[in-house]
Design a binder for this molecule. Structure first.
Ligand code: AP5
Ligand code: MG
Length: 181
């Protein structure tokens, strides 16, 4: 089984590069279905704030259980806190299928803001529409998510790549790492 964490700040290109298990997409699906979980999550997401660890860990656990035959998972936007990374290791331990590696897309803040504002013109995502919320998301990333890279560095599982360039260039760099596993 190959389990990858695709990592990077808001707008780095995680979603573009992967057909994946995205916690952002799972949460937006809860919102569109109007579930109670979705309503609670929306309040935080619209402000660019992370939703509570228990909520996302529960969603991931459920997804892993309902895809028992999968050959592996690419996690996009998860884990986003050290607590989530620890919970993921425990979940995968019960399945004897640890994380193979983390691939981090490295993109500077100015480029992130530029990409997200551009997408915000027609994406309909409230958290893309407002420069203040975009900056809040980047701050949440720096405060709570960046330490997750250290967690995987300590396990010798971290690989950083340049996320600036054409989508194809970035994809090639990802494939080279995946091939090495
Ligand atoms: P989520 O949906 O995961 O959003 P995000 O990580 O903040 O950022 P994006 O998905 O916008 O960025 P991306 O890296 O996927 O880039 P993309 O490919 O889209 O999360 C949303 C919210 O949900 C969070 O703020 C939080 O509230 C909550 N949440 C989610 N997971 C959570 C968790 N685990 N714990 C707690 N809360 C959680 O690309 C961005 C743009 O750039 C696109 O327009 C794209 O076309 C463009 N682009 C991509 N690649 C390139 C390139 N190479 N060159 C130029 N443009 C490019
Ligand atoms: Mg995404």
């Amino acid at each position: 089984m190959l389990n990858l964490v695709l990592f990077g700040p808001p707008g780095a290109g995680k979603g573009t590069q992967s057909q994946k298990l995205s916690t952002g997409d799972l949460l937006r699906s809860e919102i569109s279905q109007g579930t109670e979980l979705g309503l609670e999550a929306k309040k935080l997401m619209d402000q660019g704030i992370l939703v509570p660890d228990e909520v996302v860990i529960g969603m991931i656990s459920h997804k892993l259980d309902s895809n028992k035959d999968a050959k592996g998972f690419i996690f996009d936007g998860f884990p986003r806190t050290v607590a989530q990374a620890e919970a993921l290791d425990s979940l995968l331990e019960t399945k004897n299928a640890p994380i193979s590696g983390m691939i981090a897309l490295e993109v500077n803040d100015a480029e992130l803001e530029h990409r997200l504002l551009l997408r915000g013109k027609d994406s309909g995502r409230p958290d893309d529409a407002n420069p203040e919320v975009i900056r809040k998301r980047i701050k949440e990333y720096n405060d709570k998510t960046a330490p997750v890279a250290e967690f995987y560095k300590n396990q010798n599982k971290f690989k950083g790549i340049n996320g600036v360039g054409t989508e194809e260039d970035v994809f090639k760099a990802i494939c080279a790492i995946v091939d090495s596993y």
